[in-house]
Design a protein around this ligand. Structure first.
Ligand SMILES: NC(=O)c1ccc[n+]([C@@H]2O[C@H](COP(=O)([O-])OP(=O)(O)OC[C@H]3O[C@@H](n4cnc5c(N)ncnc54)[C@H](OP(=O)(O)O)[C@@H]3O)[C@@H](O)[C@H]2O)c1
Length: 247
């Protein structure tokens, strides 16, 4: 079972979760059932991921309480933002555990909506995501605003920009960190890559990373990912070895 880590004060989650980008089409109930049984609780989605939000909601039917649902608002329109929230709340039994502003789109306005939903008890934690280091300056501004609990950023041996300022700032401010793209969208696990469990351990050996959210369609891969969330962690030499093997 993946080790549990604090995402925010009083909120612990297993350090391996599951993304849903490109992998949640059609019936995913069997995969989600197996994931919950393997100790995966955090499922990350977005209205940007096609039907994924809705498929995740269906797959959690009857088991919603066992999951920690992270999804996103992704629009510059206030009205569309409300519509996205209404739909997500319908899919997830009236509450979203972590609601994030996707790619920082209209973040001031959308954070106001998420704060309102938190006041109403429909949202537990608030976050912000970006995949592109060119926007990390703006992400720092949001982190320092005091309005978010969690960030979601890419981190893997080929994308290490977060090491410079984002991870130290998250640590200083006590923010949780979800790690997207731990396998570089699959580029690092393919030919010439590294074993998936080594790559996940590479991420999770940095204690500032609260939870990695690899996406997979494959139950066997999901189980392998869940097992990688258990100690022992890599020491600095082992970490360097993994990084060199994919560079
Ligand atoms: N990409 C982005 O820009 C982005 C942006 C925002 C948020 N996110 C979030 O972060 C999540 C993860 O990122 P991602 O989906 O882009 O990429 P990723 O998790 O780095 O890579 C996904 C790929 O890795 C493969 N994989 C998973 N487990 C494996 C294993 N044990 N062994 C071998 N291959 C394995 C999957 O193929 P199989 O299906 O064959 O296992 C899939 O093709 C997203 O789903 C989303 O929730 C991503």
């Amino acid at each position: 079972m993946p080790e549990r880590r604090a995402l925010a004060p009083g909120v612990e989650v297993p350090c391996v979760g599951m993304g849903t980008w490109q992998t949640f089409r059609g019936d995913r109930a069997e995969l989600v059932r197996a994931a919950l049984e393997s100790g995966i609780e955090v499922f990350d989605s977005s209205p940007m991921y096609g039907e994924a939000e809705e498929r995740l909601g269906e797959a959690l039917d009857g088991r919603r309480d066992e999951a920690f649902v992270a999804t996103k608002i992704w629009t510059s329109s206030a009205e569309e933002g409300r519509g996205q929230a209404e739909r997500a709340l319908r899919f997830y039994g009236g509450r979203v555990d972590l609601y994030q502003v996707h790619n920082l789109v209209a973040w001031r306005e959308q954070l106001a909506l998420l704060e309102e939903l938190r006041e109403q008890g429909k949202v537990r934690l608030i976050g912000a995501t970006h995949y592109n280091p060119s926007e990390f300056g703006a992400l720092e501004e949001v982190m320092r605003s005091g309005r978010i609990d969690v960030i979601q950023v890419p981190y893997n041996p080929r994308e290490r920009e977060v090491e410079r300022r984002i991870l130290p700032l998250a640590e200083e401010l006590g923010l949780g960190v979800l790690v997207m793209r731990p396998f570089g969208e699959g580029a690092l696990t393919g030919r010439g890559g590294a074993p998936a469990d080594r790559l996940l351990k590479w991420v999770l050996s940095d204690p500032r990373c609260t939870c990695a959210i690899p996406a997979t369609r494959d139950e066997k891969h999901m189980r392998e990912n869940a097992r990688a969330g258990e100690p022992p962690w890599l020491d600095p030499e082992e970490r360097d070895y993994v990084a060199r093997s994919v560079s």
